[in-house]
Design a protein around this ligand. Structure first.
Ligand SMILES: C[S@@+](CC[C@H](N)C(=O)[O-])C[C@H]1O[C@@H](n2cnc3c(N)ncnc32)[C@H](O)[C@@H]1O
Length: 228
């Protein structure tokens, strides 16, 4: 199935409870990491800054950008319809962004690049970022010690990437880390216990991602780029 068709038919209510808990866990980790980034904070608080949430889905990360001037773009009309805001939503392709060069101060691209030609997507992102603009990318990490089927067994094009794939001309990396160290075995826990376990594991996860031994080994990679 191609990526667009997959997301056009995607429905959160078909996802089992344990998978929703794990997805929420991933989202919470991303939310915490991004909200604590200096680069993010500076731009978010700049009055006239323009932000793009590129591949926004149904708006899981809306709370990060809702108080800024933000445009939300996704290729799936189905997901955009499920995203409960009235304005600033655009149906478009990351490989051919419908914006002028140097339009944005900040672009978020969360769990999208593994689905597309990531080099082409990054060159589009670079094109529409202003000089000194910042791009924050999250992808499935190909160097992870965990192969969590929940995120890798999708029946669509889904190519994990590693930090070594991000030597992109015109960008320099200012920050990266990997996160999400939950072993798939915990899926067998009853959901109430899984929920408690994940609450407890949040701090552990954060610490593991900061250790030398596991720095590159989490299931997801977050990378911050700046335009040269
Ligand atoms: C795993 S979801 C992530 C959604 C959202 N960023 C989040 O983290 O909740 C991947 C998203 O990428 C979008 N997507 C896939 N290919 C795309 C493309 N070529 N252009 C724009 N969006 C695309 C999908 O429609 C879907 O919303």
């Amino acid at each position: 199935m191609n990526v667009k068709d997959f997301y056009e038919n995607w429905n959160l209510s078909n996802i089992p409870k344990y998978a929703k808990l794990l997805m929420n866990f991933e989202e919470e980790l991303i939310f915490d990491i991004i909200s604590n980034l200096d680069e993010f904070d500076k731009i978010k608080n700049k009055k006239d800054a323009l932000i793009l949430d590129c591949g926004c889905g149904f708006g899981s990360f809306y709370n990060l950008t809702k108080d800024s001037n933000t445009i939300y773009l996704d290729i799936s009309l189905n997901l955009l319809k499920k995203f409960n805001i009235k304005t600033n939503k655009i149906c478009g392709d990351i490989l051919n962004l419908p914006f002028k060069d140097k339009s944005f101060d900040l672009i978020l691209c969360i769990d999208v690049l593994e689905h597309v030609d990531y080099k082409k997507a990054l060159s589009e992102i670079k094109r529409v970022l202003k000089n000194n603009g910042v791009c924050i990318v999250v992808v499935v990490n190909k160097n992870s010690i965990i192969n969590e089927e929940l995120f890798t067994d999708w029946k669509i094009h889904h190519q994990p990437l590693g930090i070594e794939d991000f030597g992109v001309e015109g960008f320099y990396i200012t920050y990266w880390k990997t996160f999400y160290f939950v072993h798939p075995i915990f899926k067998i826990l009853p959901t109430k216990i899984l929920e408690k376990f994940l609450n407890f594991f949040k701090k552990v996860d954060n610490k593991l991602g900061n250790t030398k031994m596991f720095k590159n080994k989490g299931q997801f990679l977050i990378c911050v780029f700046k335009v040269r």
